[in-house]
Structures are given as C-alpha cells and as structure tokens.
Design a protein around this ligand. Sequence first.
Ligand code: MG
Length: 233
Amino acid sequence: MAHKTYDTVFLDVDGTLLWVDLDVEGYVEDLAPYSTNGPLTLEKAVGPVLESMREHISQNIHYPTREALDRFKRENQRRTARKLDVEAPADVLAEVAERRISFVPYKESERVMGELREADLGLYVVSNWDALLEEVLEELGWTRYFDGIIASAVVGVEKPAPGIFEEALRLSGTSREKAVHVGNDPVADVQGATGYGLDAVHIDRGDGGGAPGAVAVLPDLTGLPALCGGRRV
Ligand SMILES: [Mg+2]
C-alpha cells in the first residue's frame, strides 16, 4: 500500500474509540421496587430497554439542544416504564437510565489519541451522536485530544450524508486530500467518507462484513498513527 501522509484525522466514537454498555440487569434491579405488576425480570425488560435505545439512536437528530433532548429522553423513559409496568417518578427514571449506561474506552484509544496528537495531526470527532456528545467526552477527559467535536444532532446531519463531513472539513480548514476519516461502520463511516471524496480507514473489531473502498482495514486503532503518516516510521 502506498504510504500517504495526512494532516488531519476524523474519528468516529461508538465502536471506534469506545463501546456503549447498557446494564439491563442493573436497570431491572433499580426499578424492581416500582413494579406494579409482579416482579420485574430481565426477560421482561430486555426487549423494551433495547427498543428504547434504538429509539434514542434513530430520533436524537431531531433534538439539537439539551432542553429538547431532555424532554425527548424523559418521554422515551416514560414510554419504556409503561411497557414494563413500572411506576416511578420521572427523576428516578432519568437517574437510573443515566446510571446504567456507560461509555467504555477500548484499551488502546487514549494511547493512540495521544500518539496522533504528538504526531501533530489535527484531530476531530465526527460522530452520529446526540447533542450531549461533548459532555460525554469531557467526562472521559478526552476533549483535550480534539481540535473540534462534530456531533450529528448539533449540526443536523448524520453520516453517511456528506454534510457532516463537509462541516468537519470546513471546521478543520484542511483539504479533502489531507484528511482521513476513521470508523467502524462500513456504511456511515467508509461509504459516507469515500462518497464525499475522503480517504477512509475501516476499524474492524471483528464484526466482519468488510468495507470496500477503505484505504486500510485495521483490527483496532494501534496501527493508525503509522498509517496516518504524521509520525514517520
Ligand atoms: Mg461507530
């Protein structure tokens, strides 16, 4: 493969830098005292909880502010509770939902982001995420790695649509040829970026399926600094 040098790296978040852990067992434990129709079981909860997560992922683009997103989340939580015959105050539902979701970094993520910075590469998050992405990254202590954070709900366009990559490119002030997008999703990340004329690196952590069009496929982020060329090896 020809060695190409970039000056800017766009990074996806979920499935690329971290994974989202939904603790349904913990959720059941927290809400069991509020069950109005027999014991709340894992079996009963798992479907509606996952459905609620899917609803959040597919709809959050419509809620660009914290206030709007909060209202949407509370409505979603109330709907889920109703399916589970749980009657709990809205604040309890919100607190439990927050407590039982965690964002777990892959083991190499921080090291690699540090290496990319040391190699003088511009680093931008380009993520299909709700309006609170920046807070999530702050809580992880990660905002220091990034020159900019582009969340779909804030800019109003989701990968694979070109508009989000266009916004990233605009914010970074670099040229299409000098930027590379890195992500785990063959469609959102690889098709999206290449469709816009950007090089794409596919992070394939074992999901399989392949991603035609990627300039490279990596099993995790470790090889990224060398590949991006900021650090000449
Ligand atoms: Mg992803």
